[in-house]
Design a protein around this ligand. Structure first.
Ligand code: SF4
Length: 410
């Protein structure tokens, strides 16, 4: 089979993996004494996105889409009737190197179906990264998928060469993994995450020790392949962040595939559901929200309003919030005010009292913040805005949003 045909098959097979962001990679110079190439900073970085919004700035491929496992949600499962291909280690190295030199990509995202055994597959993945780093002095970003059952020594070796390692948990509950991915084992997956975390901790304690996955570890959960709701998904994400210090949990809306088994849905979940999970995840990681605050009851995140607004509407006792008194952490919980502006508002208070026009100058989302804040010269009219009214107003299309000037009662 020609290399280009393999590339077509194995790039297409990799598109279902959402975890391809390269954030967190260290800066490396391309002009050092070792003649390295492909640094991810400076000139020559190309970023592009597929029509469905997935990042493809990395060469994102599988080593092979042959697989001895039969995960029901996966197009590459052994019972799937799809064209199969397999790269050799040398072919992946050559493709990555050539694409780098042509400035097509700024890194490699390499995953694989499981062939022969977990250890054999992991050895192949490690060999790609090792050859790129040691033979070609490749300075670009490398993200390696980790095979959970592989020998921890192989995982440790992978971390020496890769910027990021990821172990996909795939589904948010033990029962779902058992039902839809019978050859996988949540315990083994978590052991692999734990071994990566320990290596990351060791590296943090000994900064001068050998490099280990400087961009940390991540995982992916498929949304909508099982009946798990967003409360379950966010609780699992919160546990993973806490237990394994993950940099990111990625959420990938389930894509039905031709000849799907009956055990998975025929239709995908709304893409907006995936988007809301990313927004909620952002609040977990950066804003100090807990999963319990964002999803206090079973069910899915609201689709009509974003999770921070939904939380504010359900917790009106915190609002309107006096921006001249509240601390930065609480100010960042106001819909329409981000972390950076919360800090700027607190900084401004050292000079003078915060006024309405200051918020406009900070480019806060004025429509959104209007019902939730008090400033030196502004407070929203009392009793005019129930949470239901606000929800309809703030969740409505742009052209219907000309209500707040009437409610502004300074
Ligand atoms: S092990 Fe990975 S590639 Fe193989 S069927 Fe399962 S999800 Fe797909």
């Amino acid at each position: 089979m020609k290399l280009s045909d393999k590339l077509e098959i194995l790039a297409d097979a990799a598109k279902y993996d959402a975890s391809c962001a390269s954030s967190g990679a260290p800066k490396r110079a391309s002009d050092g004494n070792d003649g390295g190439i492909g640094a991810t900073t400076g000139m020559g970085i190309c970023h592009s996105y597929t029509p469905d919004g997935r990042c493809v700035s990395l060469l994102k491929i599988l080593l092979t889409n042959f697989c001895v496992y039969d995960c029901q949600y996966c197009v590459n499962r052994r019972t799937s009737n799809v064209p199969r291909a397999r790269f050799s280690v040398a072919e992946v190295v050559k493709l990555t190197h050539d694409f780098y030199l042509r400035n097509y990509i700024d890194g490699l995202f390499l995953s694989s179906g499981i062939i022969q055994s977990s250890d054999y597959t992991m050895e192949q993945l490690v060999a790609v990264a090792r050859t790129l780093r040691e033979v070609h002095h490749f300075k670009g970003y490398i993200h390696l998928k980790t095979i959970p059952d592989a020998d921890p020594l192989l995982i440790a070796e992978a971390g020496r060469y890769a910027d990021r390692l990821s172990v996909n948990i795939e589904l948010p509950t033990h029962d779902s993994v058992t039902r839809l991915a019978p050859e996988k084992n949540v315990h083994t997956i978590k052991l692999a995450m734990g071994s990566i975390r320990r290596k990351l901790d060791e590296k943090a304690e000994e900064p001068k020790g050998p490099s280990f996955a400087p961009a940390g570890q991540s995982t992916q959960m498929i949304v909508g392949a099982d009946a798990s709701d967003d409360q379950t998904i966010l609780n699992t994400a919160e546990t993973l962040y806490g237990s394994y210090k993950l940099k990111r949990v990625y959420y990938s809306a389930f894509s039905p595939i031709p000849q799907s088994p009956d055990s998975v849905p025929l239709a995908p979940p709304p893409l907006l559901r995936e988007h809301r999970l990313y927004q909620a995840d952002f609040l977990l990681r950066g804003y100090g929200f807990t999963a319990g605050e964002l999803m206090p009851a079973a069910g899915n995140l609201a689709l009509d309003v974003d999770p921070k607004l939904a939380w504010a509407l359900a917790n009106r006792e915190h609002f309107p919030m006096d921006l001249n008194r509240a601390d930065a952490e609480m100010i960042a919980r106001v819909p329409g005010i981000g972390l950076r502006n919360a800090k700027r508002i607190v900084d401004l208070r050292r000079l003078r009292r915060v006024r309405w026009e200051d918020l406009s100058r900070l480019r806060c989302s004025m429509k959104k913040i209007a019902p939730f804040v008090v400033t030196a010269d502004y407070k929203p009219a009392q009793g005019l805005a129930s949470s239901d009214l606000l929800r309809r107003h703030l969740g409505a299309p742009q052209e219907q949003m000309n209500l707040w000037p009437e409610l502004k009662a300074a």
